[in-house]
Ligand binder design. Structure first.
Ligand code: PMP
Length: 375
């Protein structure tokens, strides 16, 4: 039977307790949310939702076409200019998701014959970018500049290091300054995914590359998502103008994709302006992460020290991680749960979001629930 093998896989998933389901989120959920990526609490900010609504009224429900045909509005251009300026880069290009931005940057900057050096902890979208690129890929040990040096030393031609700035599972940061040093020794470029850094790290949330002194460098290209700190949807690539022009002309996920919906561009632009006006939101997200980590550790839980707004709590097994997250939910707390196949065997986690708008009482309650439900 066609697709018969799907049922065997589904059975295996059921036996392993790893079935994924889609649960609609009520608009007015009573759960305390430590699961979303709304790091700055901006997704429902009235200025952000009005930014979306006004953009839809002016420009319509969709972009109506590819960015190169009818899909570019004045809003897209404003967003690109303001994002580039905020993060310290010459130019930016907005795409319909962070995933598409990563595919665009990696594939367009790694031609046939070049080498992609990819951190073993990278996000799936960077991994897929490497798979789609015509370059060879070498996966190197996580956050290890010496491993990068070794990989670059084996290759004479063009090379690019591809890395998350903040890793989405453990919330740890990449050693960006040392990575850049190694890349420069070898004339290699850097593509950095700052999905979890924008809005949280760097001066006023300008991101991890800005904090590491890499913003605006001619050998550094950064991707971001508009769907986490900026509370909207979409992605962008930031870098030198000549790189952005190259993407406009060659990146398939830019050229052959419908432009970002105007409402998403309007929401992201409103959120970016809010962040510029209220830079303390970034520091508050970091402070909440530090407090969550300290309280969890104090309660005897094994939490990874956070470098940004992701706080990861180790679970003994995938099954226990799933049950733990379900027990938290039953007690009124929404947490993320990472387990295979999203992460390698042996590193199942609860994943908590240190939202800037969490109160002290909410942090206390979250830690109490996680402690009381521990396996
Ligand atoms: N990179 C990282 C590190 C991410 O965590 C995510 C989102 N899960 C993405 C890229 C993809 O971004 P988007 O959701 O905007 O497609």
């Amino acid at each position: 039977m066609a697709f018969g093998w799907i049922d065997e896989q589904a059975d295996a998933r059921r036996r392993a307790g790893l079935v994924r389901t889609l649960r609609p989120r009520p608009a007015d959920s009573p759960l305390l949310d430590l699961a979303s990526n709304d790091y700055l609490g901006l997704a429902r900010h009235p200025e952000v939702t009005e930014g979306a609504a006004a953009a839809a009224r002016t420009w319509g429900g969709g972009a109506t076409g590819s960015r190169l045909v009818t899909g570019t509005t004045a809003l897209h251009r404003e967003l690109e200019e303001e994002l580039a300026r905020f993060c310290g880069f010459e130019a930016a290009l907005v795409l319909s998701s962070g995933y598409a931005a990563n595919l665009a940057a990696v594939t367009a900057l790694a031609p046939h014959g070049s080498l992609l050096v990819s951190d073993a902890g990278n996000h799936a979208s960077l991994i897929d970018g490497c798979r789609l690129a015509r370059a060879a890929t070498q996966v190197v040990a996580h956050a290890d500049p010496d491993a990068v040096r070794k990989a670059l030393g084996t290759h004479g031609g063009q090379a690019v290091l591809v890395s998350d700035t903040v890793f989405s599972v453990d919330g740890d940061a990449a050693p960006l300054a040392r990575h850049a040093e190694v890349c420069r020794e070898h004339g290699a470029g850097l593509v950095l995914d700052d999905a979890h850094g924008l809005g949280v790290l760097g001066d006023g949330g300008r991101g991890a590359p800005h904090a590491a002194g890499l913003a605006g460098a001619d050998d550094v290209v950064v991707t971001v998502t508009l769907s986490k700190s900026l509370g909207s949807q979409g992605g962008a690539v930031l870098g030198p103008a000549r790189v952005i022009d190259h993407l406009v002309n060659t990146a398939r996920t830019f050229i052959f994709d419908t432009g970002l919906a105007p409402a998403a561009a309007g929401a992201a632009l409103a959120a970016l302006r809010l962040l510029r006006r209220e830079p303390e939101r970034a520091a508050r997200a970091r402070a909440v992460a530090a407090e969550l980590h300290a309280r969890l550790s104090g309660a005897g839980l094994r939490a990874v020290r956070p470098d940004a707004a992701v706080v990861s709590v180790c679970a003994p097994s995938p099954e226990q991680a799933v049950r733990w997250a379900a027990d938290c939910r039953a007690a009124g707390l929404a947490v993320g749960c990472f387990r295979p196949p999203s992460v390698p065997d042996g590193i199942s986690r609860l994943r908590l979001t240190a939202r800037a708008d969490l109160s002290g009482a909410q942090i206390e309650r979250a830690v109490r629930v996680i402690g009381e439900t521990r396996p």
